[in-house]
Design a protein around this ligand. Structure first.
Ligand code: ATP
Ligand code: MG
Length: 449
């Protein structure tokens, strides 16, 4: 049964409403404070609110204040304001303050039931829409429903068509590459290539030819003319990841490309015009690097025409569960596992973890848990949160059991990560194959080796 909160100081009306609305699980409140406590405790989707609450029964001040406070803590609640029959002004004031509807006394069972039922159905549809927006509404691949992610999505959509060079800042695993790709997908370049290059992972000597390409004979081993990443991204977007690791010697050349929109291949003599949108990312402090003269100031201003900060997952409370559910569904399909949901202890572990590795860490944990779990529910243990086991288990613990548990989890993880290849799994665990086999036997692990 749906929870319905009835706020009215008149005991007679309370009774009458409760009786009329017998299809709902009714919670009663007689004043503003009790009403707010009930909202926090029961999270009703629909509330009927009498505007004349004590100590100001004759006017609407308490009722309107209650309305405002309710909508502050639970903005999606549908509040139906109930007024005396000659009180249109206050009813309209309530509507403009965000009330969903108003109803004038006297109470008629049929009418109030239709209004309340419709409020519940509107609330349900809106909630469904919010969820869809969070998942599918990430038409550009950024999943999440938190305010900061909404803002990021909005910024991405705003800058995407402009061609402006954006600098993305964020901790590791927060979604810098996802955001760069979103800029691409939201722009009219989306049908052209999105090319990412990580300046930190390519040796300095290779980075130049990777980016700019080379002519045949430019250096020993340059057997044929080869396009660089910049040319490969023609018409599309180039993502320069870890731009802070761009060698100083290459920065001038990069700046020229950004300013002139033209490049020269290594060993080439001719300017090649390119139409490429650039997005950069780093988790280094570029301003400090500019001060230390390890990053060119002119390049810094050129790449940071606009800066987007991507918040760490620990500051995006609302997103953690949405992302977890998303990854769970995703990997259940990918690995053909009949996994449907998280257990209570898994959810509370997910909520309380700080996620230093951000979304990548969450993604990896959910992925291995989907592979590991034996049931349809992922538990805290499947996620590797040993401290969240339920009490009965904790009581039986001693050091040997802890060790064995950890070992058996590590083995199953390694087995999953190496996709069933026993030699690889043994390598990952730093043991020999025979040792691994004997451990699997010891712990009676169900691994079809
Ligand atoms: N908002 C999001 N919605 C869905 N998946 C996301 C989101 N943000 C990140 N991810 C996923 O999390 C992982 C890490 O994201 P990404 O590679 O974009 O992070 P990053 O900031 O570039 O990290 P690093 O600094 O370590 O390179 C990826 O697998 C990505 O698909
Ligand atoms: Mg990255």
């Amino acid at each position: 049964m749906e929870k319905l909160l009835i706020v009215d100081d008149d005991k007679g009306i309370q009774k009458q409403l409760k009786w009329s609305l017998s299809d709902y699980d009714v919670v009663l409140a007689g004043d503003r404070e009790t009403a707010l406590a009930a909202v926090r405790r029961h999270e009703p989707k629909v509330i009927t609110l009498d505007l004349g609450l004590p100590p100001d029964e004759a006017n609407a001040s308490e009722g309107l204040a209650a309305l405002q406070e309710i909508l502050t803590i639970a903005p999606h609640t549908k509040v139906i304001v109930i007024t005396g029959n000659d009180d249109r002004t206050n009813a309209l004031a309530a509507i403009s303050a965000g009330a969903y509807d108003f109803y004038q006394k006297p109470i008629e069972t049929d009418v109030i039931n239709v209004i309340v039922a419709r409020a519940f159905s509107v609330a349900a549809i809106e909630e469904e829409n919010r969820k869809m927006r969070a998942v599918a509404g990430s038409d550009i691949g950024i999943i999440g429903n938190s305010e900061s992610i909404e803002r990021l999505r909005m910024m991405v959509k705003r800058i995407a068509p402009t061609g402006i060079t954006a600098l993305l800042l964020g901790e590791s695993g927060t979604g810098k590459e996802v955001t760069a790709n979103a800029v691409h997908l939201a722009s009219d370049r989306k049908k052209k290539p999105f090319i990412a290059i990580n300046c930190a992972s390519i040796p300095e000597t290779l980075l130049e030819s990777e980016l700019f390409g080379f002519e045949k004979g430019a250096f020993t081993g340059a057997h044929r003319t080869t396009k660089g990443k910049i040319e490969c991204a023609e018409g599309g977007t180039l993502f320069l990841d870890e731009i802070g690791d761009m060698p100083y010697s290459l920065q001038a050349k990069l700046l020229r490309f950004l300013q002139e929109k033209s490049i020269e291949r290594l060993g080439g003599r001719q300017e090649i015009l390119v139409d490429v949108r650039v997005v950069c990312a780093t988790n280094q402090n570029l301003e400090q690097m500019v001060a230390d003269k390890t990053f060119r100031e002119d390049l810094f201003y050129r790449v940071s025409e606009i800066t987007l900060n991507i918040p760490p997952l620990r500051d995006r409370d609302e997103d953690v569960i949405i992302l977890s559910q998303y990854f769970l569904q995703h990997y259940a399909i990918e690995y053909k596992r009949n996994v449907k949901s998280f257990s209570e202890d898994a959810l509370s572990a997910i909520k309380s973890h700080k996620w230093p590795g951000n979304i990548r860490e969450l993604q990896n944990k959910v992925k291995s848990s989907v592979i590991m779990t034996t049931g349809t529910q992922v538990t805290a243990i499947d996620l590797g949160f040993l401290e969240h086991q339920d009490k009965s288990f904790e009581l039986s613990l001693n050091l040997r059991v802890v060790r064995e548990q950890a070992e058996s989890i590590a083995i199953q993880k390694a087995y999953a990560l190496s996709e069933g290849n026993m030699s690889k799994a043994a390598d990952l665990l730093g043991v020999t194959r025979p040792t691994l086999y004997s451990l699997i036997e010891k712990y009676e692990l169900k691994i079809n080796a």
